[in-house]
Design a protein around this ligand. Sequence first.
Ligand code: NAD
Length: 475
Amino acid sequence: MLIGSNWTFAQSGQTLEVINPATGRSFASVAAGGAEEVDAAVKAARAAFESPGWAKMRPIDRSKLLERVAQIIEEHAEELALLESLDNGKPKHLAMMVDIPSAVEVFRYMAGWCTKIYGKTLPVSGDGRQYHAYTLRQPIGVVGAIVPWNYPLAMASWKIASALAAGCTMVLKPSEVTSLTALRLGELMLEAGVPPGVLNIVTGDGQSAGEALITHPDVDKIAFTGSTPVGKHIMRTAANDMRRVSLELGGKSPTIIMPDADLERAIPDAAMAIFFNSGQTCFAGSRLLCHESIYDTVIAGIAEVAKALPIGHGQDPTTMIGPVVNKKQQDRIQSYIDIGQQEGAEAISAGSPLPSEGYFIEPTILSNATADSRVFNEEIFGPVLAATKFKDMDEAISLANKTRFGLGANIYSKDMNTCHKMAAGIHAGTIWLNTYFVVDAAMPFGGFKESGVGREVGDEGVLMYTESKSVCALL
Ligand code: NAD
């Protein structure tokens, strides 16, 4: 673990095995930190925050450091992609296309924000006297960041880059399932010249390290990405002392295909919206809502696309579908495929043959899933698409909104008027029109309803790491 400038093991001597999901075998171990390590890390983050070396550093100098971090990640792209592939199972070449560029771009984008966080002057007139009033935007302080295992480096980078741009310092707890790229990023950031204590990393599980971080009295904000149940627990805990939180949680996002859609684009997009990263994407298009006139064509097309996606080891450059992250997820996803069939959906297995070892799941379509079924409402977080038909736009919008989540939606129609009407009517944080999966450091990302609170990245994301203070002086 990284605490200040020290690399340490857990005081307890406990470790966590790192399992390669493609083989099911352990290939490394990381420290299992707990309350003691979290406390030391928070103290290091507080000291760095109070020192002249960070929050009070010239914004232009902080900007140069974040730009240098972007560069150093880029220089180590191959190594980081390999680590991500070994740890999470995802194809290395896809990590080179998605995960690593996302990390580089957010540091580069946020480097620009260091010099652009400012308040406003305010026209206060009041009682006839004259005032000079303005707002200050100040860093929130020490941030406890907790991230999941599906895009480990990218999710950590979104939080680190935004918080550091605002002048905060951080204790990061990676997922106990995938800690490796976060640890390597910590090393690279020190190498880039980020002062010790600005980023601290405590590895460990949610029950020990995670709980210690969310209850530590000297943490000013918790920035969490993960499941909705844990997000709710964090929000309840934070309410005790009104600690700031931002929560990026689960989803059950629809891909909606209207009768006039360009199917040559919509079908492959609908397939990749759910099968990319083996369905382990928070905004995966895990529900298909398709107009009844084209439903059979679309289902057959998605199955055909999926059959052509090679399933295999993440270091094989031809692999498009890697294993899911661990045995627990494999069993959970398989149980949902069974539940879907018990609920009356038709399971269409659409994958190529599975490797003999590792935690693989074949891409599966659960066709004619009903709107009140579990597979249509619960986040499966695997390569499983729950599909249903609709008659008209109103029914499509109503089905899209018939969920407690609200993270994303992909809409396909050649009529942009239809697209914009639907975008306005769907309750979700990001709507993609005739495209999918475009996530950019400039575009605020987050959820409606139980998909979260607050936004990450973009202008709204960086400001989530600041407090606004009004100052009013009598002239
Ligand atoms: P998870 O909620 O099980 O774990 C996420 C993190 O929380 C891990 O680091 C874990 O150790 C920690 N944690 C668990 N219990 C805790 C506790 N009591 N106190 C503090 N920390 C605790 O989620 P996961 O299985 O790692 O990731 C998958 C979930 O993440 C899915 O629901 C997915 O939709 C969501 N996700 C959301 C976004 C988004 O931006 N909205 C992005 C990626 C993933």
